[in-house]
Design a protein around this ligand. Structure first.
Ligand SMILES: *[C@@H]1O[C@H](CO)[C@@H](O)[C@H](O)[C@H]1NC(C)=O
Ligand SMILES: *[C@@H]1O[C@H](CO)[C@@H](O)[C@H](O)[C@H]1NC(C)=O
Ligand SMILES: *[C@@H]1O[C@H](CO)[C@@H](O)[C@H](O)[C@H]1NC(C)=O
Ligand SMILES: *[C@@H]1O[C@H](CO)[C@@H](O)[C@H](O)[C@H]1NC(C)=O
Length: 333
């Protein structure tokens, strides 16, 4: 089944009530289960692993079972581009950046996830990225809910996707756009999995989804579902998997804007010269689009002719407009 994704809707925030009724998990499941075109769906293409970051997963010297389980779940999710360090890392070593920078360089990792649990910071999960072997940004969360807790852990047998299959991402909640801290964390998540957007995506290759819900400026849930494809989108089934947790942002260090742009390969352009260049690029793109549309219309005309249909100018015009609309959706990216 091939689907052309609803690009224009990708970044449309879904307003969530500030206090979701029922469990957050159920809510997210419901929203995804409905599977209406309103839902912003972020699908990863097959080229995913070409650019995926290698993550180093670190266990703190002091670590509770539940947080450890969540770390191991992230490890499973991130494989084969994850490396779980055997050595336990004392929290003190994370003070200052040099330890993390050294060990990431040695292990050829460009991001890290550190789990620990101390009296000062119970159930702590820290995420960070590196650029040019220096720490780019750093986020620390407290796990406030997870289905790895003692009373929940063994109750359900959960499904896992096949090894290394690329996930699709669903971001729910306006804070992913509006809040600076969370929008950068969202960027980290996407970057972490090297998500690239394809023009079309084969739904058959999407086995699992990571639903990221922002409840407010600090509280987020990461819920992993395994997707069971039905005959149509309406019969898709979702099975809860691990990780499945809610976390509260404790603190973060955001990247310097200019370094972040560099790290992400975004070139900043200002001034009249840059504007002229941008205008020329746009004009070039428009010309190319026009050419492409003409070519498509001509192909279609021939195809119709081969079927014995003499296309009227109206038919061709309508076809051209459809192609245009599709192209605009792609542009909205
Ligand atoms: C949850 O279950 C797994 C597998 O049975 C076990 O390894 C882990 O220690 C359990 N976690 C907790 C927090 O009890
Ligand atoms: C485990 O999670 C369940 C459901 O979220 C919750 O009802 C329960 O209180 C939690 N147990 C512990 C020990 O945190
Ligand atoms: C976000 O929600 C959580 C749980 O409801 C709450 O503890 C926290 O204080 C809230 N944070 C903000 C910034 O509103
Ligand atoms: C972002 O995080 C920083 C540092 O933890 C905090 O001081 C700031 O208030 C947060 N900003 C927002 C908008 O929540």
């Amino acid at each position: 089944m091939k689907l052309t994704m609803l690009y224009a809707l990708l970044f449309v925030p879904l307003a969530l009530p500030s206090k979701p009724k029922g469990s957050n998990l159920k809510l997210a499941a419901k929203i995804v289960e409905k599977n209406e075109p309103k839902i912003p769906v972020w699908l990863a293409g097959q080229e995913l692993y070409k650019t995926e970051r290698v993550a180093l997963l670190l266990r703190g010297a002091s670590l509770d079972e539940e947080t450890k389980c969540n770390l191991l779940d992230l490890n499973t999710l991130k494989k084969p581009n994850a490396l779980l360090l055997g050595e336990k890392i004392d929290g003190g070593k994370l003070q200052g950046n040099s330890f993390l920078e050294d060990i990431c360089r040695k292990k050829r990792a460009s991001m890290y996830i550190h789990a620990s649990s101390t009296q000062k910071k119970p159930r702590n999960l820290a995420f960070g990225r590196l650029f040019n072997e220096k720490i780019l940004d750093h986020f620390e969360f407290k796990i406030t809910r997870s289905s790895r807790n003692e009373s929940n852990n063994h109750t359900s047998v959960r499904k896992f996707p096949s090894y290394g299959s690329p996930p699709c991402f669903v971001f729910i909640g306006q804070q992913w756009q509006k809040d600076k801290n969370l929008s950068e964390f969202k960027n980290l998540l996407i970057d972490c999995f090297g998500v690239r957007l394809g023009k079309t995506v084969s739904m058959d290759s999407i086995e699992h989804a990571i639903v990221c819900v922002a409840h407010n400026q600090t509280e987020v849930s990461l819920i992993h579902y395994v997707i069971e494809m039905g005959k149509s989108l309406q019969t898709v089934k979702l099975h809860l998997s691990f990780p499945d947790c809610t976390m509260n942002l404790r603190e973060c260090k955001l990247a310097d804007v200019n370094i972040l742009r560099k790290a992400l390969g975004v070139v900043r352009e200002v001034g009249p010269e840059a504007q002229k260049r941008a205008k020329r690029r746009l004009e070039k793109k428009q010309k190319e689009a026009e050419k492409r549309r003409k070519r498509l219309v001509e192909e279609k005309r021939k195809q119709w002719l081969a079927q014995g249909i003499h296309a009227t100018p109206e038919m061709l015009q309508q076809y051209a407009e459809e192609q245009n609309a599709a192209a605009v959706k792609v542009k909205a990216l």
